[in-house]
Ligand binder design. Structure first.
Ligand code: HEM
Length: 306
């Protein structure tokens, strides 16, 4: 069942994967390569099994689940994105930028889920996942006859910045510091975010509800927690120089360096490829709990109970 939710800063989360024709194909090739659904003792695993016992059939067809309780500080996000917007638009090169587009660039999508790469184009929601960053995406036709429009790539990150959340956690067809372009799909996770707490009242900032806790219960399935979830979070969201040196994931990322006071930065790029760095010393997402779990396959569970 497609589940469209609005997480607390007001951005659509967990967009329904409507483009099954296209993404279904991509996911299948990834499954074959990484052994997601057909995991076997000989499939790729990290760390590699060191003994025959570790190579047991128990993991076959199983997956790993990550759970994180992520508290969101919406008031701080609101206040500090305004400060960052001010820093950006104080520069003559970026004076035309509007606040909604600025916010969308931090996420990589507008509030309704439309990718920021599409700019002002009116695009039906079934096109919302049909884009790449490195190469133009050709038009194609769905089973039901609907035409899905072509999309221009944005390798330098002018429309969708290299630090945008969705670009950090899914570089799609871009080559990265961790591999060539065809490797990028192998870091993908299957994910669901469930909001908790009461929505923030943007119309009445004094509403006592704004003092209560809210955030996202984040869940993801993957073959390897180390190679997928941990790389996305530690190596890309929280690393300003990776995959490219254009900054932190300003929505979810954190700067954990002891002597840097938590300051995060990112670089916006305009049409003339002029860049401007903006900074914030605040963290908007705070992990408050979670765990790593093994989800064995039904056949493994049957084996266990005899
Ligand atoms: C409270 C924290 C978070 C917020 C507010 C958040 C918000 C969002 C939003 C608004 C989107 C775009 C809509 C969508 O595709 O559903 C998105 C996409 C995504 N997020 Fe997060 N996210 C959070 C944490 C995380 C974490 C910890 C990860 C782990 C790596 C993650 C991975 C992803 C992925 C893989 C996508 C899809 C990217 C794509 O469409 O190509 N997110 N997130």
């Amino acid at each position: 069942m497609p589940l469209q939710q609005f997480n607390t800063p007001g951005f659509a989360d967990d967009l329904p994967a409507d483009l099954k024709d296209k993404w279904g194909k991509l996911i299948s090739s990834w499954i074959e390569k990484e052994g997601y659904a057909k995991q076997s003792p000989d499939s790729y695993r990290e760390p590699a099994p060191t003994s025959e016992t570790e190579k047991s059939d128990f993991l076959k067809n199983g997956s790993f689940l990550v759970f994180r309780r992520l508290k969101q500080d919406v008031a701080t996000f609101n206040a500090y994105t305004k400060t960052m917007f001010q820093q950006l638009t104080d520069t003559p090169d970026f004076q035309g930028e509007d606040y909604e587009t600025f916010l969308a660039k931090i996420v990589g999508r507008f509030k309704d889920g439309k990718p920021v790469l599409f700019g002002d184009q009116v695009v039906p929601p079934e096109n919302y996942n049909n884009f790449n960053f490195n190469a133009d995406t050709p038009a194609f036709r769905l089973h039901n006859g609907k035409q899905v429009a072509s999309v221009k790539a944005d390798q330098p990150g002018i429309k969708c910045p290299a630090f945008a959340h969705i670009r950090k956690v899914n570089p799609r067809d871009l080559p990265t510091d961790l591999g060539k372009e065809t490797d990028s799909a192998t870091f993908r996770i299957i994910r669901r975010g469930i909001p908790f707490g009461k929505p923030y009242d943007f119309d009445n900032l004094d509403n006592p509800v704004n003092e209560t806790e809210r955030g996202l219960l984040f869940l993801s399935y993957q073959t390897s927690i180390e190679r997928q979830f941990e790389r996305l979070t530690q190596k890309w969201m929280n690393e300003p120089s990776r995959p490219v040196a254009m900054g932190y994931d300003m929505l979810v990322g954190q700067n954990g360096e002891e002597d840097e006071n938590g300051i995060k930065w990112c670089k916006f790029m305009n049409d003339n490829r002029k860049t401007k760095e903006v900074k914030s010393e605040k963290t908007f997402v705070i992990p408050t709990g979670g765990g790593y779990f093994l989800c064995p396959s039904v056949s493994a569970l049957r084996e266990l109970i005899g």
